[in-house]
Design a protein around this ligand. Sequence first.
Ligand SMILES: [Zn+2]
Length: 208
Amino acid sequence: MAKLYFHYATMNAGKTTMLLQASYNYRERGMETMLFIAGHYRKDDSAGVISSRIGLEAEAELFRDGDDLFARIDDHRRHGSLHCVFVDEAQFLEEEQVWQLARVADRLGIPVMCYGLRTDFQGKLFSGSKALLAIADELREVRTICRCGRKATMVVRLGPDGKVARQGAQVAIGKDVYVSLCRRHWEEEIGRVEPEDLIGFAGEVRGR
Ligand SMILES: [Zn+2]
């Protein structure tokens, strides 16, 4: 039985590298893959490229709100073989699109591997992540660590001024930097709890 997978993590955990490696493994064995990446925050309409920090990249189709992903994947499959679908930035999927991907697994028998963030910088679930956490067959956490060595499950956003953003849009386009933290240090950086140690990350960044 084909499954719907959700690999989730914070920023900079290497999700995209994992996606590209997994797609490469399929293709190396002569199997076909179809890649998607969010088109929401891209300026040009050309085909997308998924690229990882370590230099791997692959062509991908863009998905946007309102797209019928089941129809696009079904159409692609009819014009050739297709063995696995990969979705990067899956946090931006709409709930209905997550259901469409579930149908790709259930009715077309093609596994779908989604990679994305679980929560935004305010600790709130993204729409796509919420639906994936609800209905995916397999949830896999991609681990990365906080500055303190604990598992990082949260992310803060540092604006151009180097300060931690405490409100604003869910996604900022520009020179913002995201830092992954454990929940304890996230609450301190976001200003909910007084810091108990003297290694504030935002402070370090400001001091550079
Ligand atoms: Zn920490």
